[in-house]
Design a protein around this ligand. Structure first.
Ligand code: ATP
Length: 363
């Protein structure tokens, strides 16, 4: 549907994205994910035809629509857009806003507009004006307007940015089902990893205008290729060490270095908060079965234990001999840990990642 091939772009000579290649296939939801300024919106604007690439090509349904010397105007691309602020026309009612995007007029157009409003669950609001709507309702009008012409591809720029967290969860669920039912390919910009994972078949992680890693959410979460990606997909503890005999010694035990690391290489061990398992120090049976069978683990003291709702966050202090390291463990549901109690911590190795460190920064 949408094919970026080695696309580069610059604003007044300053590069914004370089050598970006990815596709959005039929009926697929793909998210562009990354920190502020990494080039997400620029890529969306390039797909829309609002910017022209300085290098590479963009194809829509196998036709070149953008290259350095040719750019098909946005209105000729047959793409749906949904911007962060919804951009509804305040002087038009909901149905008039939706009709605006349709090329035809008359009863067939009205029927199509009403169908799309029904699809997004707001047919009762057809005659209402935007200022009378809640944020979530406005968001659905914007989605209905973008979907009404039945585009093959829709571009979504931070579609949930203006909504509170509870409404966001409900709306994005509806949005996913509407997109999938319509079979529309979608390219969505977000800086929220959980939102990207919820919505996307595939995610393209961007860093300083380049693709850092792209793939299915499960691959990015379970096999991040850099600390940058690992940290984007969840909170982590970081332990620094140096490779010796293909191992890295840390206060939480010994971790295997990767094949490409040589002795003397500085390395970071990145451990997700949920990868730390905690066992009360008095629970000898569990220690025997779970901890002593694994060479990773350490004695620790609970500093704080806080219930966050679905999970608890436990602050731990692990003595290193010289000083102590402060770690966070996230455990499901309620916890019974008291500040000051002694525990053992163990690491789930599938959620601990080792990366080379260069000149003080992790790659
Ligand atoms: N109109 C512009 N003129 C000049 N530079 C721009 C313009 N728009 C964006 N940039 C720059 O291009 C780079 C990429 O910006 P872009 O808006 O694509 O990032 P983003 O990932 O969408 O960021 P955010 O999440 O903050 O919206 C940034 O360095 C930004 O400062």
């Amino acid at each position: 549907m949408l094919d970026f091939r080695n696309v580069g772009h610059a604003y007044n000579g300053t590069p914004s994205v370089s050598d970006v290649s990815f596709t959005v296939d039929e009926g697929e939801v793909v998210s562009l994910l990354g920190p502020s300024g990494c080039g997400k919106t620029t890529l969306l604007r390039l797909a829309a035809g609002l910017e022209t690439p300085s290098k590479g090509q963009i194809l829509l349904q196998n036709q070149i629509v953008s290259s350095p010397d040719h750019s098909l105007p946005p209105e000729k691309r047959g793409i749906g857009f949904m911007f962060q602020d919804y951009a509804l026309f305040p002087h038009l009612s909901v149905i008039q806003n939706v009709l605006f995007g349709l090329k035809t007029r008359g009863s067939a157009a009205i029927a199509r507009a009403m169908d799309t409003l029904a699809q997004t669950g707001i047919e009762d609001l057809a005659d209402v004006y935007p200022h009378e709507l809640s944020g979530g309702q406005q968001q659905r009008v914007a989605l209905a307007r973008a979907l009404a012409p039945n585009p093959k591809v829709i571009l979504l720029d931070e579609p949930y940015a203006g909504l509170d967290s509870r409404l966001r969860e409900r709306i994005r669920d509806q949005m996913l089902h509407v997109l999938k039912a319509a079979g529309t390919a979608a390219l969505m910009v977000t800086h929220d990893a959980e939102e990207a994972m919820f919505m996307s078949d595939r995610i393209v992680v961007l860093r300083e205008g380049e693709i850092e890693q792209a793939g299915r959410p499960v691959n990015l979460y379970c096999q991040p290729k850099s600390a940058f990606v690992a940290e984007f997909f969840g909170e982590v503890n970081r332990l620094e060490g140096v490779v010796k005999d293909r191992k890295i010694q840390t206060p939480l035990g010994v971790f295997d270095a990767s094949d490409t690391m040589d002795d003397g290489q500085a390395a970071s061990v990145v451990i997700r908060h949920e990868a730390l398992q905690i066992v009360p120090d008095s629970d000898h049976a569990l220690q025997q079965t779970q901890i002593l069978s694994n060479e990773n683990g350490a004695a620790a003291e609970v500093m704080e234990a806080r219930l966050l709702g679905r999970a608890s966050l436990i602050h731990l202090s692990v003595p290193t001999g010289r000083d102590e390291v402060h770690l966070h463990a996230r455990i499901p549901g309620l916890n019974s840990f008291e500040a000051g109690s002694q525990v053992r911590v163990q690491v789930d190795p599938s959620q601990a990642f080792v990366f080379a460190t260069k000149q003080g920064s992790t790659i």
